[in-house]
Design a binder for this molecule. Structure first.
Ligand code: MG
Ligand code: MG
Length: 260
C-alpha cells in the first residue's frame, strides 16, 4: 500500500499513466460507431496499451476479464466487453486503467453513438460538469465531503440520481487506494485533503433514481429503473488553491472533432 501523499516523482509517473489512458480512450473513440461491438473496442485498447509499454490496469483486477469497462445506456459501470453491437442512440461509458512504471492511471468518458435524445445528452453534459465541480473542491484545506457535496448538489439540482454504492478513490501503485471519494457528502466533513494526495474523482450519475443493482455476471452495475447513467473520471492531485488534473480528455476531443 503506497502512502496517502505522493512525492512529486511519483506524481510525474502517475501523470504518464493517466495521459496514456487518455490516449487509449482516444484510440478507442476512433472506432466507436454503430455496428462495432464492445469486445472489438476492448481489443483495440489492450493492443494500444501494450504497444505503449504498459499493461491494462483492470484485466485480472479482482478477476475482471477485460481491459475496458464498457457500460451501455442503463449500465452504470463495470460492464464487461463482449458481443454487444452499438446502435444509433446508445451511450457508452468507457473506463480504462493502465499500469506503467509501477503506477496506475484511471479515467473514464461517456460517448454518444449517433443521435442521442436531448435528456440523455444533458445528463452527459452535466455529469461532466459535475466532475469539474468536484475537482474545484479538491484543494488543501477542504475535506473529502466538500468534493462529494459539490458533485451531489449540482447533479441533484437537475433531479438526477447520484449513485451511492460506488465511489472514487486514491490512486498510486495500487488502482484503488485510500481515501474513498464519494460523489455525495457534506461540506466540511470527512478526511482532510492534503497537498500531494492523488485522487480519481468519478461521478456516476443517473437520469432517474440513484438505486443500482449488480447483474448476475458479478460485475455489471445497472440502474434500478433502467434509465441511462453517465460516468466521467479524472485523476487529480490535491494542491493549494487549485487541484491539478493529471488525466486529459483532450485526445478524445480531438478525435470527436474530426469525426463530426
Ligand atoms: Mg475508472
Ligand atoms: Mg476509478
Amino acid at each position: 500500500m503506497s502512502a496517502l501523499i505522493k512525492t512529486e516523482e511519483e506524481i510525474e509517473i502517475i501523470r504518464i499513466s493517466s495521459l496514456l489512458v487518455g490516449k487509449t480512450l482516444a484510440e478507442v473513440a476512433k472506432h466507436i460507431k454503430p455496428g462495432v461491438n464492445t469486445g472489438e473496442l476492448d481489443k483495440i485498447a489492450e493492443e494500444f496499451i501494450r504497444d505503449n509499454d504498459a499493461v491494462p490496469g483492470f484485466k485480472g483486477y479482482g478477476g475482471f476479464p477485460a481491459t475496458l469497462c464498457t457500460s451501455v445506456n442503463d449500465e452504470v459501470v463495470h460492464g464487461i466487453p463482449g458481443d454487444y453491437e452499438l446502435i444509433e442512440g446508445d451511450i457508452i461509458s468507457i473506463d480504462c486503467g493502465v499500469k506503467k512504471n509501477g503506477y496506475f492511471g484511471d479515467s473514464a468518458f461517456t460517448f454518444t453513438i449517433g443521435e442521442v435524445d436531448k435528456k440523455t445528452l444533458m445528463l452527459l453534459q452535466r455529469t461532466r460538469e459535475s466532475l469539474y465541480k468536484g475537482i474545484d473542491a479538491a484543494v488543501v484545506g477542504n475535506r473529502i465531503g466538500d468534493i462529494g457535496y459539490s458533485i451531489q448538489s449540482y447533479c441533484e439540482s437537475f433531479g438526477y440520481g447520484v449513485v451511492r454504492d460506488l465511489v472514487g478513490h486514491g490512486l498510486g501503485s495500487n488502482l484503488h487506494e485510500k481515501p474513498e471519494v464519494p460523489n455525495f457528502g457534506r461540506r466540511g466533513k470527512g478526511k482532510e485533503l492534503r497537498a500531494g494526495m492523488v485522487l480519481a474523482i468519478e461521478p456516476m450519475i443517473n437520469l432517474g433514481v440513484k438505486k443500482v443493482f449488480q447483474e448476475r455476471d458479478g460485475w455489471t452495475i445497472r440502474t434500478d429503473d433502467a434509465k441511462p447513467s453517465a460516468h466521467f473520471e479524472h485523476d487529480i492531485v490535491v494542491r493549494k488553491g487549485k487541484a491539478e488534473i493529471l488525466s486529459t480528455f483532450d485526445f478524445i476531443e480531438e478525435v470527436l472533432k474530426n469525426k463530426n
